[in-house]
Structures are given as structure tokens and as C-alpha cells.
Design a protein around this ligand. Structure first.
Ligand SMILES: NC(=O)c1ccc[n+]([C@@H]2O[C@H](COP(=O)([O-])OP(=O)(O)OC[C@H]3O[C@@H](n4cnc5c(N)ncnc54)[C@H](OP(=O)(O)O)[C@@H]3O)[C@@H](O)[C@H]2O)c1
Length: 297
């Protein structure tokens, strides 16, 4: 099976690249922004005329949540219209390609009182969330068989993410203030990649892709950013203190949902997954063989 990973130099793309050697039954191709710029319909089309794949995994995105408030038009191109460009090109050149796309808990407004299901109504409160929802809409109206996986609070040993920021800050600061009134679920990129591979290997992949399935994935349980940070420092044996602060005390350009815990029961039952708790997943990441936290800065 030929699998293309778009946006391969980002956090998730690198995580897939890192696991690919243990997956030699799959034929992976990796494209970063220089190989394939998804903001250009012409580049996309000339790429897919010459290259055919069974599965495309789109890890490319404009992920700077605050910057998207100022660069909404560009965020809409990368997170929204580019999905339409890719689908139109696939419809022309290889319409049976299955498309796996990543989306986010930030398409929801945070006003839920229980974990959010796939059928719950999106209502983004940030420009980033709006641009990601546009991408979902583009994919849902295309004829390409597809799966959308919405994830939350993604972290790994690669790229930029909250876990690495906290570890790095803890090396130079005596205390760090972290928001305690936004609740969500951390998602280990390693566990997400294992989930994506289970989906691709599943006999039900084709059925769900034909039905344009939407799924939620994150590690089990929930916490605030403050609790997440405390656990990171516990597992890295840091003496740095974590102080809780409220969203009102930490102004950002973009609003974030107060509560964005995703309900993962659909993806678990559809693909027979057993998902690690967020604490187990964090421990696995921090203990992972490849991790050398002295190199993380
Ligand atoms: N990070 C999170 O906390 C989080 C949470 C929920 C959902 N997600 C979703 O999960 C997915 C993966 O996120 P991530 O953390 O891996 O993101 P990331 O580290 O920011 O990676 C995104 C990649 O997309 C590339 N890209 C940007 N513009 C491009 C273009 N025009 N053409 C081709 N590639 C382009 C970037 O390249 P450059 O760096 O060279 O610009 C980067 O390598 C995204 O869909 C994101 O929305 C992430």
C-alpha cells in the first residue's frame, strides 16, 4: 500500500516518519512544504498527475492559534481551501485515493458539560478553529473517500508543543504559571500514529472512508493545562513550581474553549482500540527510548 504523508516536517509528520522503519509492510512517501506546497492548486495538481497513492495522510496545517487571528486569510487557505485543491486534484487523477485528515477540538466552543461526540455541533470561537472547520467542510463535500480524526492538545518529542515548552521552561525558571480553568485531554502523537495505522490496516477502513467518517481521538481522561504541566514536571523530576492562573489572567489573541474533552467511544468501538490514559501516554513519551531531554531546547 502506497501512503503519502503531507506536511511531513511538522510534529505529527515527524512522528510518522520516526515509526516508519517498524512498518516496512507499508510503502511511505514523505512530502514537506518544499516538496508540496498545499497553498498552490497548480503545484498540487502537477504533483498528483505524476504520483499516485492509495492513502494520503494530511499532517500539514497552519497551527499557530494566536497568529491565525491576524492571518485569517492565510489560515483559511492552508487549513481550509487547500483541502479542496487536494480533493479536486485527486478526483481528476485518482478518485479512489483514501484521504485521512486531522482536525481539532478547537472547532467546538467549549460550552459542553460532558465529553464531546462526533455528532455535537461545531461552533469555533477562534479564527484557527474556523479555518479548521472550513477544511472539514471542504473534505465532506468532496467525492474522495475520507476520514477526519479530530484530536486535542497534541504533544510528542518532536516539533513545538506544550510538553516540550514546559520541560524547557522548567530548566531555567523557579516557577511557571499555567492556566487551570481550561479542561481538555492531551493526545500523544505516538498513540495517534498507532491509531492511524490501525485504521489503515482495518478491514473497515474502506467502509468508513466511503461514508466519510468523522472520529474523535485523544488519550483517556481529562485535565487542565495546570494539571498537565504538574504531571510533566513530576515525571521529569523537576523542582520547578507550577502556579495555577485563570484564562482572564493570561491574555491571548485567540479565545480557547473552556472545555474540549473529546468522547472517543466511536473510534474505540469502530476499530477495536484500547486507548491509554493521558498519564500513561505521557509517561511512555517521557520514558521513550528516543527521548533525551537535554537535547530538547
Ligand atoms: N498541535 C496541536 O496541539 C494540535 C491539536 C489539535 C489538532 N491538531 C492538528 O493536528 C495536525 C498536525 O499538527 P502538528 O502539531 O503536527 O502541526 P505542526 O507541527 O505545526 O505541523 C504542520 C506542518 O504543516 C506544514 N505546512 C504549513 N503550511 C504548509 C503548506 N503551505 N504546504 C505544505 N505544508 C505546510 C508546516 O511546515 P512549516 O513548519 O515549514 O511551515 C509543518 O511542517 C494538524 O492538522 C493540526 O491542526 C494539532
Amino acid at each position: 500500500m502506497k501512503i503519502l504523508v503531507i506536511g511531513s516536517s511538522g510534529q505529527l509528520g515527524t512522528q510518522i516518519f520516526n515509526l516508519k522503519n517498524s512498518l516496512n509492510f507499508l510503502d511511505f512517501y514523505f512530502c514537506n512544504k518544499n516538496d508540496l506546497d498545499i497553498s498552490s492548486p497548480e503545484s498540487i495538481d502537477s504533483f498528483f498527475v505524476n504520483n499516485k497513492f492509495d492513502v494520503v495522510i494530511n499532517c500539514a496545517a497552519y497551527t499557530s492559534v494566536d497568529e491565525a487571528e491576524k492571518n485569517f486569510e492565510y489560515a483559511k487557505i492552508i487549513n481550509g481551501y487547500s483541502i479542496d485543491y487536494i480533493c479536486k486534484s485527486l478526483e481528476k487523477h485518482k478518485p479512489d485515493t483514501k484521504f485521512i485528515h486531522l482536525s481539532t477540538d478547537y472547532i467546538f466552543d467549549g460550552e459542553f458539560l460532558k465529553p464531546i461526540c462526533e455528532k455535537d455541533n461545531p461552533n469555533p470561537i477562534s479564527k484557527y478553529g474556523k479555518s479548521k472547520l472550513l477544511g472539514e467542510e471542504m473534505l465532506q463535500k468532496s467525492k474522495i473517500p475520507s476520514i477526519i480524526i479530530r484530536v486535542s492538545w497534541l504533544y510528542s518529542i518532536f516539533g513545538k508543543n506544550f510538553m516540550k515548552t514546559i520541560i524547557n521552561l522548567s530548566k531555567t525558571k523557579k516557577s511557571i504559571s499555567v492556566i487551570s480553568d481550561q479542561i481538555g485531554s492531551p493526545t500523544s502523537a505516538n498513540d495517534l500514529v498507532e491509531c492511524i495505522l490501525r485504521i489503515i490496516a482495518s478491514e473497515r477502513f474502506n467502509d468508513y472512508a466511503q461514508k466519510k467518517g468523522i472520529f474523535h481521538f485523544c488519550n483517556k481522561g481529562s485535565c487542565s493545562w495546570y494539571e498537565f504541566a504538574k504531571e510533566i514536571l513530576l515525571l521529569t523530576s523537576s523542582d520547578c513550581k507550577i502556579c495555577p492562573i485563570t484564562t482572564d489572567e493570561y491574555k491571548t489573541l485567540a479565545a480557547r474553549p473552556k472545555y474540549s474533552v473529546l468522547d472517543t467511544s466511536k473510534i474505540e468501538s469502530s476499530f477495536g482500540l484500547e486507548i491509554n490514559s493521558w498519564k500513561e501516554a505521557l509517561q511512555n513519551t517521557i520514558n521513550s527510548e528516543n527521548t533525551n531531554y537535554n537535547k530538547l531546547i
